[in-house]
Write a protein that binds this ligand. Structure first.
Ligand SMILES: CC(C)(COP(=O)(O)OP(=O)(O)OC[C@H]1O[C@@H](n2cnc3c(N)ncnc32)[C@H](O)[C@@H]1OP(=O)(O)O)[C@@H](O)C(=O)NCCC(=O)NCCS
Length: 176
């Protein structure tokens, strides 16, 4: 089963919309609106076209991941980082390593573009395998009330989080 990873393009929007809806359909911790979030983020200033990535098997889109710009802000500084949200794999293709491939490939593209870190809200059992650590460790706080074990951050390069602390400022499109 060859999985091809590539940047999303306009012709993929409809497939990606349906894929995200299906991926989250049975997820307990979901508002089942992630496909609309992606539509909003594509039009936002936080969007980075190279970081909207699809996974294809025999020309069928089976997975998608999106990283958008965010900031970590404290009293004296503001740091650029990325939000990983959402990552989606079609239910019948889950558990085959496609989500992992999307995350790791996304990290590589992000690094090439000069980004130093990624922040996410996600399942505590899934993301640590890629090197994600608790935001708490870096004194990075989410702007809403969520369990600390679900707030995670990864440094993409050595010392990518040096001196970074503060509150996460998500693009406004996350709250519409
Ligand atoms: C989460 C998701 C992207 C992972 O993709 P995937 O291709 O199924 O994952 P992989 O095959 O790379 O990894 C499988 C591992 O992830 C674990 N896993 C998958 N989804 C998980 C979840 N929601 N929570 C915790 N662990 C999860 C599996 O148990 C498996 O663990 P193991 O390797 O220890 O057996 C996919 O399951 C999905 O689309 N889920 C619905 C949408 C969602 O919850 N997205 C994440 C929130 S943004």
């Amino acid at each position: 089963m060859e999985v091809k990873l590539r940047q999303e393009n306009e012709n993929d929007f409809q497939s990606v919309f349906q894929l995200i809806e299906k991926a989250f359909e049975k997820e307990e911790y979901s508002d089942h609106k992630e496909h609309f979030l992606v539509e909003r983020l594509r039009k936002s200033e936080a969007f980075i076209s190279e970081l909207s990535i699809v996974a294809e098997i025999e020309s069928k889109i089976v997975g998608h991941i999106l990283f958008t710009k965010l900031k970590v802000v404290n009293d004296s500084d503001s740091f650029e980082s990325l939000a990983l949200a959402p990552v989606s794999v079609l239910p019948e293709f889950q558990g085959k390593g496609i989500g992992s491939k999307l995350i790791l490939y996304g990290h590589e593209v992000a690094k090439k573009l000069g980004y130093k870190s990624v922040i996410l809200l996600g399942h505590q059992d899934y993301y640590p395998r890629f090197g994600y650590e608790l935001c708490e460790k870096y004194n990075i706080k989410m702007p809403f009330d969520v369990p600390s074990e679900n707030c995670m951050v990864i440094s993409l390069i050595e010392n990518g989080l040096k001196g970074v602390s503060g509150e996460v400022v998500y693009p406004k499109e996350f709250f519409e």
